[in-house]
Design a protein around this ligand. Structure first.
Ligand SMILES: Cc1ncc(COP(=O)(O)O)c(C=O)c1O
Length: 411
């Protein structure tokens, strides 16, 4: 290898695959034949364990166990037991995480709960943020509880400082560019200015080396169907630092957040800690699948995940740059999450042409092709071969076929 870090040939990639300490994790997954999956940042692939667990939960616990399984199979505690399992991957204590609802709903709950603890009733979100984060921030503010401020890209914390407080909703890894934010620095800035940050970890969990406790993060939520491979629509998680959780009031006071839901009292008493952010009956099938999917991370160090994602991303960056394409992701791997975004006016059609060849990635309007580099199951040779196909699709203009220009609902 000419550059010690970035493979230059397929043989270099084969050598890296042989040395890869994560190579063994691939066996946990079921990659379909003939597919190279570069879309783990959108929907993680199925694991053998998750499919087996869904079968078990449906057949044994539901069909046979019926209502008894809420107690006997531990269904009632799943939001906490799965949260505790996930906690290690984000650098939280086991009791600081629960699995519940969607990221959208959780952003609403956390931002509303954080507002009374900020020195200004203002909700700030950046205009480069994932749309649901912007919609939730604006929607919550429009109920009259706070002012709404849309800041420029990476200007959220500065805006909070200028306002002298407020609640900032911010992604750790931007969904479009994959740029990583410095949690510790932004937390320090927000705290010094009377503000709180609600972190969106959707594109960060399972792919970068997170240490929420050490970074001073107080509140966060994130997806489990991306790099955590929980399955389509798997529930999201909430993290609230132990020192703050019991001081917060969730705006959605559902019975699962009650201290004693089966006492059936009229008065609402919140549970201690982050569990007060639970709302209604959890989706047991999804939670069970996620629980089993997380086993693929057993014994895996998040620093190892981050290192391999960086190496794979460097390879994508090098290959697309050689093709004369422009990336909007940081070229410095330390600043980049689990995908590389590449601009092209025909990006949608190129992605479709690649999918027709079994190279699955995705597209974000107006012109970003996103190539995901999930470290648990991708080999360096997979990424190399995918980039060969990209080169061929561009050289032959295979993407010109009208079929590849027809937009599906999900891109
Ligand atoms: C950064 C980010 N936040 C939130 C979401 C949406 O989360 P949910 O559908 O669970 O509300 C996504 C989905 O892709 C996302 O990428």
């Amino acid at each position: 290898m000419a550059n010690a870090d970035i493979p230059n040939t397929r043989a270099d990639c084969e050598a890296l695959d042989r040395l890869d300490p994560l190579a063994g994790q691939r066996a946990a997954f079921l990659p379909p034949d003939g597919v190279i999956y570069l879309d783990g940042h959108s929907l993680g692939p199925a694991t053998h364990a998750a499919l087996k667990r869904i079968e078990h939960t449906a057949q044994k616990e539901w069909a046979n166990g019926l209502i008894r399984s809420w107690n006997d199979a531990g269904w009632i505690d799943l939001p906490r037991t799965v949260g505790a399992k996930l906690a290690r991957l984000i650098g939280a204590q086991p009791g600081e995480v629960i699995v519940t609802d969607s990221v959208s709903v959780n952003l609403f709950k956390l931002a509303a709960a954080a507002l009374p603890h900020a020195t200004r009733l203002a909700i700030i979100v950046e205009d480069s943020e994932f749309p649901t984060d912007q919609y939730i921030a604006e929607g919550l503010a429009s109920s009259g509880v706070a002012d709404f401020i849309r800041a420029g890209e990476d200007q959220g914390a500065n805006t909070l400082a200028q306002l002298g407080g407020g609640v900032l909703i911010k992604s750790v890894v931007n969904y479009r560019t994959a740029r990583v934010s410095d949690i510790k620095a932004l937390e320090e800035q927000a705290t010094a200015n009377g503000g709180l940050i609600v972190w969106d970890l959707s594109h960060a969990t399972g792919v970068i080396d997170l240490d929420l406790n050490a970074s001073g993060a107080k509140l966060a939520t994130g997806c489990t169907y991306k790099f955590l491979n929980g399955g389509p629509g798997a529930p999201a998680f909430i993290y609230a630092h132990a020192s703050l959780a019991s001081q917060l009031q969730s705006p959605i006071t559902g019975w699962f957040g009650h201290a004693d839901p089966f006492a059936f009292t009229s008065a609402y008493t919140p549970r201690e800690g982050v569990s007060r952010f639970a709302t209604g009956t959890p989706g047991v099938l999804s939670l069970s699948a996620l629980d089993a999917a997380l086993d693929a991370f057993a014994g895996v160090d998040t620093a190892m995940l981050a290192r391999k994602a960086r190496q794979l991303g460097d390879l994508v960056t090098a290959r697309v740059t050689q093709l004369g394409l422009e990336t909007i992701s940081p070229s410095d791997g330390a600043m980049r999450g689990g995908h590389v975004s590449v601009r092209h006016p025909d990006g949608y059609a190129i992605v479709q042409a690649l999918i027709a060849r079994g190279i699955i990635s995705d597209f974000r309007a107006p012109d970003a092709m996103r190539f995901g580099v999930s470290p648990l199951y991708l080999r360096f040779t997979d990424v190399w071969d995918a980039m060969d196909q990209l080169q061929d699709v561009l050289a032959t203009r295979a993407f010109d076929h009208p079929d590849f220009h027809r937009r599906s609902t999900v891109t």
